[in-house]
Design a protein around this ligand. Structure first.
Ligand SMILES: [Zn+2]
Length: 374
């Protein structure tokens, strides 16, 4: 087993702004926890510092006009009507280096895909990526450039079939958009229902178009969906479809904003439940390109992605967070555990979430499964 971890110290230089929920320090904290647990010096695993994606690589998905505008805004130049490109105060502020930081995340994800395509790694993890909302001509949902689309394109260029599995609490709309008419890329997104949460899409009837009909799969979930309900829903939908599709590579977006303490969403996963979903994805993946994604409780981000990386390397972790990390991350920590304690929800809340998930899964079985001969 050969694995590769993509990380750059350069992210520490960037900042969305003091009040923005996406904190760049989550990346450094994650790497620090991996380091404290010995996960950055494993036999068979290499740690790679990515280089920024070139503008021509970015043009694989993004328009020349948008790239020009983003680059100018990032350099502090005045841009006419930035809102036309999704830029401005709010979700996608303009900050110094927003182009460079985004191009670096794209570089990491593309290079992870290239390493896996070349057989130099069986599993690669570029946890600064997973910026799944960015559209060809505009920023959206804290995402300026869509590294996930570019990584999938890099695999497609080499003729590989790709299944994309997105477990972020938000619908992976940018990735779905990119491959909506393609039967060569199966996109599966599990997320909090779009009528309750950004970006407002990701319903079961968004199934793909033309040759791609059936190859976009959406499983919306109710608020307070807990580990058990989430994993049942995942098992009902993802394994049968991925197995029937027979991908060469799985690209996974591992957003951890579905955690029960995440400030932006209403799902109720624990780190343990997140890890169980990641384990299932690893089992489904002949080869794996894993990306990061959302996550706005910084301690969860560090714990969740460290656990994910350990699973990719088949390393068993201890229960307690290591002391050096506890000191470093003290202000972000709610406890000393790497894992979460059970926090059961009221039975009627769980029942409602389960009934909702089962209805959605049944709809997908009726609409999408027959397309795959299931
Ligand atoms: Zn998200």
């Amino acid at each position: 087993m050969k694995t590769a971890l993509f990380h750059s110290e350069a992210y520490g230089r960037f900042d969305y702004g003091a009040t923005h929920p996406l904190r760049m320090e989550r990346l450094g904290l994650t790497f620090a926890l991996m380091e404290a647990l010995g996960l950055t010096a494993l036999a068979g695993a290499r740690v790679v510092a990515p280089t920024p994606a070139s503008e021509s690589a970015l043009r694989g998905f993004h328009t020349e006009e948008y790239l020009e505008v983003l680059r100018a805004a990032s350099a502090g130049l005045a841009v006419p009507v930035p809102a036309r490109y999704g830029l401005g105060p709010g979700d996608n502020p303009v900050w110094p280096g927003c182009y460079e930081a985004s191009a670096l995340a794209c570089g990491g994800s593309i290079q992870a895909a290239e390493l896996v395509a070349a057989g130099e790694a069986d599993r690669a993890f570029a946890f600064a990526g997973g910026l799944h909302h960015a559209m060809p001509d505009r920023a959206s949902g804290f995402c300026y450039l869509n590294d996930a689309v570019l990584a999938i394109q890099a695999l497609r260029t080499r003729g590989l079939r790709v299944a994309y599995i997105d477990i972020d609490a938000h619908h992976g709309d940018g990735v779905q958009f990119a491959f909506y008419r393609s039967a060569d890329v199966l996109t599966i997104s599990l997320h909090e229902r779009g009528d309750r949460l950004f970006p407002g899409t990701g319903f079961v009837d968004e199934m793909g178009e033309g040759a791609g009909r059936g190859y976009a799969v959406n499983l919306p979930l109710e608020a307070y969906t807990d580990d058990a309900v989430y994993l049942e829903a995942f098992d009902a939908v993802a394994p049968p479809l991925v197995r029937a599709f027979r991908p060469d590579v799985v690209v996974a977006q591992l957003g951890i904003d579905g955690h029960r303490t995440d400030p932006l969403t209403h799902l109720a996963l624990s780190v343990d439940g997140f890890a169980a979903a990641v384990r299932r994805i690893i089992e489904l993946a002949p080869r794996l390109v894993a990306l990061g994604g959302g996550g706005y409780d910084l301690a969860n981000v560090a714990r969740g992605w460290t656990v994910a990386w350990a699973l990719m390397n088949e390393v068993t972790l201890p229960d307690a967070l290591p002391e050096p990390f506890v000191r470093l991350a003290a202000t972000h920590l709610k406890g000393r555990g790497l894992w979460d304690r059970p926090a059961p929800l009221p039975a009627h809340v769980v029942r409602a979430a389960r009934e909702f998930a089962q209805r959605q899964a049944a709809e997908l079985e009726r609409r999408v499964f027959p397309i795959f001969g299931l």
